[in-house]
Write a protein of this length. Sequence first.
Length: 124
Amino acid sequence: MYDHVDQRVADLGRTRPLYDALMRAMGYTRISEDADSIGWYEPQSPKRAAFFSLMRDPQHGPNQTRIAFGAPDRDEVNRLAEIARRAGARNYEAPHECTEYTPRYYAAFFDDAEGNKLEICFRD
């Protein structure tokens, strides 16, 4: 379980389209934003509930950290991966089994517009 994720990005406008599409597809449709941040929340949750946000940091540069979003099944991995691809995901790797991780690990990998690494996965 996590409380929140504050993903750092240098340019909110450049990275927002991918996260808007992906967060909304995962049910995080309530948005809170200001000049330096955007946060996505579940609509029924109080603001203090778990959330995902982008924080503007002009000095940010991507690294090897990867954020993996869990899906309840392979079909949801496929659906979310296609949404990410259409929303501008870069270095996109279509969903596939990753037996080098564990048997029946199914995932798609991609980067946002700044090179931050993301994944959508299902563990069967």
